[in-house]
Design a protein around this ligand. Structure first.
Ligand SMILES: [Zn+2]
Length: 751
């Protein structure tokens, strides 16, 4: 041997000698060598330990979740030399081993001479009693019938041998539209001001202060960078918006919405100035893209258009993240800036972006769209359908409504049309905005199916998928109906999900103003949304709200989704306190707030001391209508006095109808008792509640605290006269919103 082999050469030989098998189809554990053939030491790291650990153990994604490409990095070391090599391994999803007990009948009603597609999924019940939406392969998918009659089409559950037949009813004409008038109108946010001292007011004040401190140029950084214009020396964004993140730009969208909401809620002129600055700057960004031949007309985002090309080529996450999700936040921010803050230019930008979206998507086939939207994470699109339908309302361009409907998602919508709760195993916050979008499409089109989808969804979620604080989902996912007590852990109740559920609730309430919607709104707003705010005023928000024993809140500041909705949340408290119909003013929430509405001339003040939820005073300064006061689920007896005199009131559907005239002073007294709220599936696991508040017990033990099931035991709880501090012996309790970093228990075990 002549030349001496160098360390680097040893490493290179060893790198060449490593063979890990076929990494394009990984099903079994990988043998990751710790030592090279020529003696170098190898250590491994995995980009996602859930699917491949650094020791090579493989866990395949569940069926239907899609294959995952995982990066493995090996560090080779010999003497003083080291070298890295990265491998990509595709872990295949598990085979379908579903055991089907029942396929729910599929009945499709269509009209003669009309093209239609069969749904991509059907609802099935498994032998273990789980209900879910399952992909289908049809004999034919797109069809048209020229004569009336009953037809049949055969289908098979994808990747199984289960076959079935769908019934197609073809008639000359079918009724698809059904107009509903709104029965209760919401007031513009600017007509309602929070007053007095309360946790709600504090949360709003703190968030206002935080928004004032935000560097607008930093919020514009990703956009200016993407459009290749001057970033004005601003620092880069962090977290999910950092330069190497593929979701960058979404926080800026939330920020636009937050500024608009904040301006409406507080009237702060500096906030309006920031809002205007942002929109002007984004207009420049859009124009810069317009002048770049590599971009299509109307595009604007915090990253290049390339991400959208890749989605159309089905490139999976994490090579791309959800480009339309980000786009929706920008859309929503622009529309809010126009509609809530009154900045006209924001609509011009949104209008062009709507044109871009239609041009981009209308050229794709039905199959391609369905495949894109079905892609895990990559295909997530937020509430694109909501923004586009709202844009259509403003522009009346048919293309914008058509674009909204290109986001129809069978997996979510079809079971809802069948009135089947097949939400289990669907991502909660991915899908709630799509339902908000369905309701918006109904609003602008009168297409009844979209209303039915939204209404059934709301009833399903609020009746069988929520924790006592109103939040939903575990590990971000919907569970099977009434699986609540079995899923109390650190990863429950993503805050965004409640943000979106409240939006849906407010929308549905206007069509069908029932007390259960207002009850749910109050429960979720006071116990989840208000509890998500950090107490130091750093703009932080909880991601999950843990429900395990001895839990602790964590406040996100690194531009996550919940941080984004968290920027908006605390300016929305005023938007669902009051609603009106021609005869009555609805009083839905009991907090200190002042309604002064230009359009109706209504001037009504609510005065509440949050430490004493037993009473609220209503000063009717000016009115041309009577009051409909919600009788909340937490008070069986409500006593009303008008100008000092006890008044007998008419009660209907949990609303108390009170005749008033301008100048009246109404006092509402609620009788409140402590109560248990049991989980449906584990009845001994209960929350303790007082009036509208779910009480957190302060204790850091990680086992469930026990509580006597004798209802008399609740009477031993003592409330402080001037605050919402409660105690029972050594046990300290308070509303979850007042808990900051302390460990707490939202559920106790009854014994
Ligand atoms: Zn979130």
């Amino acid at each position: 041997m002549g030349k001496k082999t160098t360390a680097l050469e040893v490493i290179e030989k060893d790198i060449e000698a490593v063979y890990l098998g076929n990494l394009r189809t990984v099903e079994f554990d990988l043998d990751l060598p710790q030592k090279g053939r020529n003696g170098s030491m190898i250590s491994w790291t995995s980009k996602d330990e859930r699917f491949i650990t650094s020791s090579g153990k493989v866990t395949r994604p569940a069926y239907g979740k899609g294959d995952r490409v995982i990066e493995l990095t090996a560090m080779f070391g010999y003497d003083d030399e080291t070298k890295y090599k990265t491998y990509e391994a595709k872990v295949l999803e598990e085979e379908n081993d579903i055991q089907v007990a029942k396929i729910y009948p599929v009945v499709i009603k269509e009209q003669v001479g009309h093209y239609f597609y069969l749904p991509q999924v059907v609802s099935v019940k498994t032998k273990s009693d789980e209900v879910l939406a399952h992909s289908v392969v049809w004999n034919e998918e797109k069809m048209i019938y020229s004569e009336e009659g009953i037809y049949q089409v055969a289908g098979r559950l994808k990747d199984t041998d289960y076959c079935f037949v769908a019934k197609i009813e073809i008639t000359e004409k079918i009724q698809t539209k059904n107009h509903r008038d709104k029965k209760a109108d919401a007031f513009p946010l600017k007509s309602v001001r929070l007053t007095g001292n309360s946790m709600i007011k504090t949360a709003q004040d703190q968030q206002l202060k935080f928004l004032l401190s935000v560097n607008d140029d930093q919020m514009l950084y990703n956009f200016r960078k993407a459009a290749d214009i001057d970033t004005k020396g601003a620092p880069a964004m962090i977290g999910w918006d950092s330069p190497d993140s593929l979701l960058k730009g979404h926080t800026t969208g939330h920020y636009l919405s937050a500024l608009a909401l904040c301006y409406a809620a507080t009237g702060n002129r500096s906030i309006l100035k920031k809002s205007t600055y942002m929109i002007d700057a984004l207009n420049e960004v859009q124009l810069a893209f317009e002048n770049d031949p590599n971009y299509h007309y109307g595009f604007i985002s915090g990253y290049p258009e390339k991400q959208f090309d890749l989605l159309e080529e089905y490139v999976p996450y994490p090579q791309i993240w959800a480009p339309y999700y980000t786009l929706h936040k920008i859309f929503a921010g622009l529309l809010d800036s126009y509609e809530i803050a009154g900045i006209d230019r924001a609509l011009t930008i949104a209008d062009k972006l709507g044109d871009w979206t239609y041009a981009r998507l209308s050229r794709l086939s039905h199959d391609q769209l369905k495949k894109m939207w079905g892609m895990y994470i990559a295909g997530e699109f937020g509430g694109m359908n909501e923004s586009l339908a709202e844009l259509y309302r403003l522009t009346q361009k048919k293309e914008h409504l058509k674009a909204a409907m290109l986001f129809d998602n069978d997996r979510l919508f079809f079971p809802m049309e069948q009135k089947i709760d097949a939400l289990g195993a669907l991502h909660a916050n991915q899908h709630i905005p799509q339902i908000v979008g369905a309701l918006k499409i109904y609003e602008v089109s009168d297409l009844e199916k979209y209303y039915q989808i939204a209404d059934f969804f709301w009833n399903s979620v609020t009746s069988a998928h929520i924790y006592s604080i109103g939040g939903t989902g575990e590990g971000e996912m919907f569970q099977q109906p009434n699986v609540i007590g079995k899923k109390l852990d650190e990863h429950t109740a993503e805050t965004c999900a409640s943000y979106n559920m409240l939006k849906l609730t407010k929308g549905l309430f206007q069509y069908e103003p029932t007390s259960d919607k207002a009850d749910y709104y109050e429960r979720t707003m006071l116990n989840h949304i208000l509890s998500s705010a950090d107490h130091e005023g750093i703009g932080g928000s909880t991601y999950f709200m843990p429900t395990n024993p001895g839990a602790q809140k964590g406040f996100d500041v690194d531009n996550s989704c919940c941080h984004g909705t968290g920027l908006e949340n605390h300016f929305k408290y005023g938007e669902a306190v009051f609603f009106s119909d021609p005869e009555a003013l609805f009083i839905n929430l009991f907090m200190s707030a002042h309604l002064q509405d230009e359009k109706t001339g209504l001037d009504v003040e609510l005065i509440a001391d949050e430490a004493i939820p037993e009473m609220v005073t209503i000063n009717v300064n000016h009115t041309d209508r009577n009051l409909k006061i919600r009788k909340p689920y937490w008070s069986k007896t409500v006593v009303i006095t008008v100008n000092g005199k006890k008044k007998a009131v008419v009660e209907a559907d949990n609303y108390l109808f009170v005749e008033v005239s301008s100048g009246d002073r109404v006092i509402v007294n609620f009788k409140i008792t402590y109560r248990f709220e049991a989980t449906a599936d584990v009845p001994e696991l209960v929350s303790i509640a007082y009036g509208p508040y779910i009480l957190a017990i302060l204790d850091d033990q990680s086992e469930y605290l026990t509580f006597s099931k004798d209802p008399e035991a609740l009477k031993k709880i003592v409330k402080s006269a001037e605050s919402l501090d409660f105690s029972m012996g050594k046990m300290k309790l308070k509303p979850l919103a007042q808990v900051n970093h302390e460990h707490f228990h939202l559920y106790v075990k009854m014994v």
